[in-house]
Design a protein around this ligand. Structure first.
Ligand code: PBG
Length: 323
């Protein structure tokens, strides 16, 4: 037989040589939940291994990340006070702003990214200002600018707006440039679906909407072409990195973005994807470690340069052992 594809699978030596995709700790961003208060280190039941920390307990987590060669974190704040507009998001002394200052001062090599949204900070749990039972897009934009500038003043390295309001990237870019933050990049949650895979996160971040859902601003999971339209807009408004979220059910979208844009592509391996692997592994129904590695590999194979994942530390343990 002239063509035998099995020749290149015969031994580990050749399989290593022809392997197309590889995972690296350089590609991971680890999400952190930081809660206002003291002495907090609470387990999140639906996300085994992931915890909420206060600033006085978070150092051991950060030390571990450094030791493991994980260089980037994505911050989510859980404030003690919520209100209608989420005004805490632009309080220069707010929990995220404090966290940014703390990490940049004590762990200057960590790359600090802030999630820019309102749902953890509003009493109703929606991602902006409510008007007539829906999120008011343009009123919310003004608050997004205030939030981003406050993060920038605290010293954040990159901002990641996740609220899916139209015009977000343009408003953020303009605000940052006007205030002199011309070199601060934006990672846009460009193609973010209204997904049931966010369930555990909403427990973790106390951000479940008290009424309705997010279907008037997050995308319909049935739509693929619309994903390209969203990404095109963010690209033209000046996003530096384009993100797809969730990851595993949306590998086709990741590939679409890879094929259509010459900017780095990120994906968010979300809480529900993490929880399913953990739960099935605990039952002994799957090999959790192998499924984790295969899932992350498939995201890179689909075209993601960057993976935001709660698995970052576990994978790093494995990758560091291998190298
Ligand atoms: C905030 C936000 C959410 C996630 C990241 N940023 C929740 C949501 O949109 O409801 C989800 C992350 C995850 O599930 O791991 N807008």
């Amino acid at each position: 037989m002239y063509n035998r594809t099995r020749r290149l699978r015969k031994s580990l030596g050749i399989r290593r040589l022809v392997q197309e995709t590889k995972l690296s700790t350089d590609d991971f961003i680890f999400p952190l939940f930081i809660e206002e208060g003291e002495n907090i280190e609470s387990e999140i039941p639906s996300m085994p291994g992931i915890k909420r920390y206060s600033l006085d307990t978070i150092s051991k987590e950060l030390d571990e990340l450094i030791k493991l060669n994980i260089h980037a974190v994505l911050l989510f704040g859980i404030p003690s006070e919520k209100d209608d507009e989420g005004t805490e998001t632009w309080n220069d002394k707010g929990i995220i702003q404090q966290a940014i200052r703390f990490i940049k001062k004590n762990y200057p090599t960590l790359y600090v990214i802030s999630d820019v949204c309102f749902c953890e900070y509003t009493s109703h749990g929606h991602c902006g200002i409510i008007h007539k039972n829906d999120v008011d897009n343009d009123a919310t934009l003004a608050n997004i600018a205030k939030q981003v500038i406050s993060h920038a003043r605290a010293g954040v390295d990159m901002v990641a707006p996740s609220g899916m309001m139209d015009g977000t990237i343009q408003v953020i870019r303009k605000a940052l440039d006007n205030q002199g933050f011309v070199s601060l990049p934006i990672m846009a949650y460009s193609v973010k679906y209204a997904s049931a895979f966010y369930g555990p996160f909403r427990d973790a971040a106390d951000s479940t909407p008290t009424f309705g859902d997010r279907e008037t601003y997050q995308m319909n999971p049935a739509n693929r072409d619309e994903g390209l339209r969203e990404a095109k807009i963010d690209d033209s408004e000046g996003a530096d990195i384009l993100m797809v979220k969730p990851a595993l059910s949306y590998l086709d979208i990741i590939r679409d973005l890879r094929n259509n844009f010459d900017k780095p592509i990120a994906c968010y391996n979300v809480s529900g994807e993490y929880a399913m692997v953990k739960a099935a592994a605990k039952k002994g129904w799957i090999d959790g470690e192998k499924v984790m590695l295969e899932s992350l590999l498939s995201m890179k194979r689909a075209g993601a340069d960057i993976i935001i994942t709660y698995f970052a530390k576990e994978v790093a343990y494995i990758l560091n052992k291998q190298s």
